[in-house]
Design a binder for this molecule. Structure first.
Ligand SMILES: C[S@@+](CC[C@H](N)C(=O)[O-])C[C@H]1O[C@@H](n2cnc3c(N)ncnc32)[C@H](O)[C@@H]1O
Length: 133
């Protein structure tokens, strides 16, 4: 497993969790912006971004990145607009982004994912997606 986050404390937390669970030898976490991180040509069976698109202004760039890094499939969560988002906007100081189902479909279509290869699952506060290559 390979993880990228641009917050050092999240990288530390992930490393500690893997250590506690006895899987540290199978996991690597690095500090970096997933949109610009140099993966050095490495690709992965699967990739996932859970609770991440909430903070991504360039959603298309990240979907494209996940599509090109993943050999089998990639998974993401997508917040919708609504009361929960309004409360988060009130509490958080950083910009937050939300999506519609149509936008999610279009983002994947633009990244080369055929509609029949995109599973959209309704979850609390938005959607989860599984895109098959
Ligand atoms: C709500 S947390 C979710 C963390 C984890 N996926 C989980 O489910 O517990 C969102 C994370 O995305 C990271 N993040 C947001 N934009 C990023 C970017 N462009 N590159 C790397 N990490 C990013 C933040 O630093 C934060 O740790």
């Amino acid at each position: 497993m390979f993880g990228v986050d641009f917050a050092q404390h999240m990288v530390d937390y992930a490393k500690q969790t893997c250590k506690d669970e006895g899987v540290a030898d199978k996991c690597e976490f690095v500090l970096g912006d997933v949109l610009t991180y140099d993966f050095g040509g490495k690709t992965f069976d699967y990739s996932c971004a859970l609770g991440v698109f909430d903070y991504i202004e360039e959603a298309q760039a990240l979907v494209n990145r996940m599509a090109s890094l993943s050999n089998n499939s990639f998974m993401a969560s997508w917040p919708e607009n609504g009361l929960r988002m309004a409360l988060r906007r009130y509490r958080y100081t950083c910009p937050l982004f939300h999506y519609t189902e149509q936008q999610i479909k279009q983002l994947h279509y633009n990244a080369g994912i055929k509609p029949e290869n995109l599973e959209i699952i309704r979850i609390g506060g938005g959607w989860a997606t599984v895109a098959k290559k």
